[in-house]
Design a protein around this ligand. Structure first.
Ligand code: F6P
Length: 327
């Protein structure tokens, strides 16, 4: 709990952008203004804090953005902020404006920066989970995941159409450097026969056995959804399959950054608005250095250091469902 009254706050987006970040910025600015706080937008994440790219925002600055993907504040991954000199420069730029509270919208890397900063300087930080990867504990939702997974589903459904027309096996790679949530959810929702994620050990022999068994059953269309963070990755898996199952007409599709863009879904706009609103209330009521999350539809505050350490676990239930429904 902090003691000093927060009067001027800064908001920034950091790490990979995620649809709904704009809705969160809007909520922070408008809630802050409603309570009589000055709100400053910090450009390009921590880089803008160091380079002094900090501008006063008003309710009008965030008009007409709730429906837009990306982030009007832009984003970056700052190496300099992980050096003490970088953080000192950033601190000076905040204090010369009297900014005495921060809202950081980003993923675990962004929270690591916030945690270091608030340990060193007397500036309370509130984190909002903004990442398409959904790899943060303490919240059922992260801003951007729902939109990203729906983008993936739309694309995979289209791939299934052409796979069906040609009786092909498609290996589709979705985003998620360390986390398999996009792969798991989009794979289940599109009826993928196999889903490969970094949280479970990929067993190539088991994959080949499952595909050849399906070949025997004349199941000609096959979708394998692979998370980017899988230890083999889509391209290598496809080349193994081509060698081991030469009769399978195999193609690869890497969805890539289209999953990060686009207009946020209703769910992402709602959670971003709710989290942004409560982030400001946290700064005002002295609940400091936490991540605002939503668990079982209730607001949930996780200390930043815990949000960094703990990852969301993939439930065993989903893994069983994948196996049974793909048969
Ligand atoms: O934001 C998370 C994420 O999209 C990961 O899923 C992906 O591995 C990474 O960002 C890609 O980052 P970049 O846009 O810097 O290549």
């Amino acid at each position: 709990m902090g003691s000093k009254k927060v009067t001027k706050i800064g908001v920034l987006t950091s790490g990979g952008d995620a649809p709904g970040m704009n809705a969160a910025i809007r909520a922070v600015v408008r809630t802050g203004n409603y309570y009589g706080l000055e709100v400053f937008g910090i450009m390009r994440g921590y880089s803008g804090m160091i380079d002094d790219e900090i501008n006063l925002m008003t309710s009008r600055s965030v008009a007409n953005i709730i429906q837009r993907g990306g982030t009007i504040l832009k984003t970056a991954r700052s190496k300099e902020f992980f050096e003490p000199e970088g953080r000192k420069l950033a601190y000076n730029n905040l204090t010369k404006r009297g900014i005495n509270g921060l809202v950081i919208i980003g993923g675990d890397g962004s929270f690591k920066g916030a945690q270091k900063f608030s340990n060193e300087f007397d500036i309370p930080c509130i984190g909002l989970p903004g990442t398409i990867d959904k790899d943060i504990a303490g919240s059922d939702f992260t801003i951007g995941f729902d939109t990203a997974v729906n983008t993936a589903i739309e694309a995979i459904d289209k791939i299934r159409d052409t796979a069906d027309a040609h009786d092909r096996l498609f290996i589709v790679e979705v985003m998620g450097r360390d986390a398999g949530y996009i792969a798991l959810h989009s794979g289940i929702a599109t009826g993928a026969e196999n889903i490969l994620i970094p949280e479970t050990e990929t067993d190539i022999e088991a994959l080949i056995a499952s595909l050849s068994e399906q070949e025997k059953r004349r199941k000609l269309v096959n979708l394998v959804v692979v998370a980017e963070g899988d230890k083999f990755g889509a391209t290598e898996i496809a080349s193994i399959i081509k060698k081991r199952l030469p009769n399978a007409d195999t193609r690869v599709c890497i969805l890539g950054h289209i999953q990060r863009g686009g207009s946020p879904s209703c769910l992402d706009r709602l959670i971003a608005s709710r989290m942004g609103f409560h982030a400001v209330e946290c700064l005002m009521n002295g609940t400091h250095n936490v991540m605002v999350g939503i668990l079982n539809n209730q607001l949930h505050y996780t200390p930043l250091d815990l949000a960094i350490k703990a990852k969301q676990k993939i439930s065993e239930d989903w893994l069983r469902i994948v196996k049974i429904l793909a048969s």
